[in-house]
Design a protein around this ligand. Structure first.
Ligand code: MN
Length: 451
């Protein structure tokens, strides 16, 4: 496994040491602005001027984003992780995240992508989990976002992979550049709990050193702003986990005056039932960790739920949060809201190995439910996932993205792709030998202490 080197203990506060391919003779020298890695052919200079600076007129350009891609690609191969601030200084990070956060926090919980026309394409992307080089490939393969090419990312930008920060910042830059063309939805990993277990927090602390806590806090603030779902051309619903429950509150006794008015949660007293788009629009998404109990359950459902082949809605006991929903619920949801397609993500090859009745994630997508009103698809865009594995036996999964085309944008065109090889050698930021394989068995006790 060329890309998995032993990780330090999870609590190790020291920066991970950058490791380069064994066939490269490496010496790293640091000057005030640039660091170069020597190879037998000599040092590879940065392809663009570093450090990057925020445009004087504050408006990002395609050139700026291409420079960001080149600089991140170069630094991932030629600098140690702790030298990232030489490429992207904290003040530039601050401006990028603040600008993006302002845009994101204003978006509704469910963004509607309606201004597509006969020339439009909508690219939908699943989990990417910090696999920067695969994300860059995907963007180039699908074609960059532009006037006629929308992108909807279904969340899980960070954790597990070693370049979650660069990946997330690159996508934020696209959001700032083309806010009406690029949509970034929230995944369950865009949370305090997940990032503290699966590597992103440590990654940020290693990369930004004494400014790491500040950078991590700003990222968490931005995660809270990410919308939960999208509806594309009125026909396609996308979200990271998927469907969600109704949380309508029912006044019980009011007979003895207003003082004794009680509210009770539908789900605690009645069977679970599917929530509506109106309820989704009213949920409070700005939470560091979506709660699994109480009244604000919709964000947790949307980010954590999974489909099943068994009818009905039931608690997702494997994950400890969210729901399992059957084909009947897919049909009800599609029919009720006049939709044709649900595209969700959230399950990679590791998760699917343990889901009898559902397809494996070998080619980056599965068609899970086929019902009279349409289909439910799971889309996963991190090939050769997870980046770090304790065994020689890798899943060798491909990743995929979906292109939706006019006239109705409801027929998925699947594009499958392989991982970029070799990945730059680097240490993991979490203890991948001990940490549980998928997002199962959510440790609720730890989540309580984390909030
Ligand atoms: Mn997920």
């Amino acid at each position: 496994m060329s890309d998995s080197l032993p990780s330090g203990p999870p609590s190790d506060p020291k920066p991970a040491t950058a490791t380069n391919s064994p066939d490269e003779a490496t010496t790293t020298t640091t000057s005030s602005t640039t660091t170069t890695t020597s190879t037998p052919e000599g040092p590879i200079p940065p392809p663009v001027q570093i450090p990057l600076s925020w445009p004087a007129d504050s408006s990002l350009t395609l050139d700026w984003i291409q420079n960001l891609i080149s600089a991140f690609d170069w630094s991932s191969k030629n600098l140690s992780p702790s030298e990232l601030p030489l490429v992207l200084p904290v003040p530039v990070f601050d401006t990028l995240v603040l600008t993006a956060s302002k845009i994101l926090h204003k978006e509704p919980n469910c963004v509607r992508i309606d201004d597509c026309n006969d020339n439009s394409r909508v690219v939908v992307v699943g989990d990417v989990h910090g696999q920067l080089h695969d994300v860059i490939f995907l963007l180039q393969d699908a074609g960059f976002p532009c006037e006629d090419r929308f992108f909807v990312f279904n969340g899980d930008y960070v954790d597990r992979g070693a370049w979650g920060l660069e990946t997330f910042l690159l996508l934020l830059a696209w959001k700032v550049f083309l806010p009406q063309r690029v949509y970034l939805l929230r995944g369950n990993h865009e949370s305090k709990y997940c990032t503290s277990v699966y590597g992103f927090e440590k990654e940020v602390l290693v990369k930004y050193g004494d400014k790491g806590k500040h950078v991590y806090r700003k990222c968490l603030g931005c995660f809270e702003g990410l919308p939960l779902a999208s509806i594309i051309a009125g026909h396609v619903y996308t979200a990271h986990g998927g469907l969600f429950r109704s949380v309508s509150i029912t006044p019980l006794k009011r007979s003895k005056g207003k003082k004794n008015r009680r509210i009770t949660l539908n789900s605690e007293t009645k069977p679970l039932c599917l929530g509506s788009l109106e309820e989704l629009s009213k949920a409070r998404r700005s939470v560091l960790d979506p709660p699994w109990e109480g009244l604000n359950l919709i964000p947790g459902d949307v980010l954590w739920s999974d489909p099943t082949m068994k009818s009905g809605l039931s608690p997702n006991t494997e994950r400890g949060i969210g729901l399992l929903w059957g084909p009947d619920c897919t049909e009800d949801f599609l029919k009720k809201f006049q939709l044709k397609l649900i595209i969700r993500s959230h399950e990679g090859p590791d998760a699917r190995e343990k889901r009898p009745g559902l397809g494996g994630m070998d080619v980056g997508y599965t068609i899970d439910h086929v019902v009279p009103s349409g289909k439910l698809i799971t889309l996963f865009s991190a090939p050769d996932y997870p980046q770090f594995q304790a065994t020689e036996d890798r899943f060798n999964n491909k990743g995929a993205y979906i292109v939706l085309k006019p006239p109705y944008f409801d027929v998925p065109e699947f594009h499958t792709f392989e991982a970029i090889t070799p990945r730059p050698a680097v240490n993991a930021y979490y203890d991948y030998e001990d940490v549980i394989d998928s997002d199962e068995e959510l440790d609720l006790a730890s989540m309580v202490t984390a909030t």
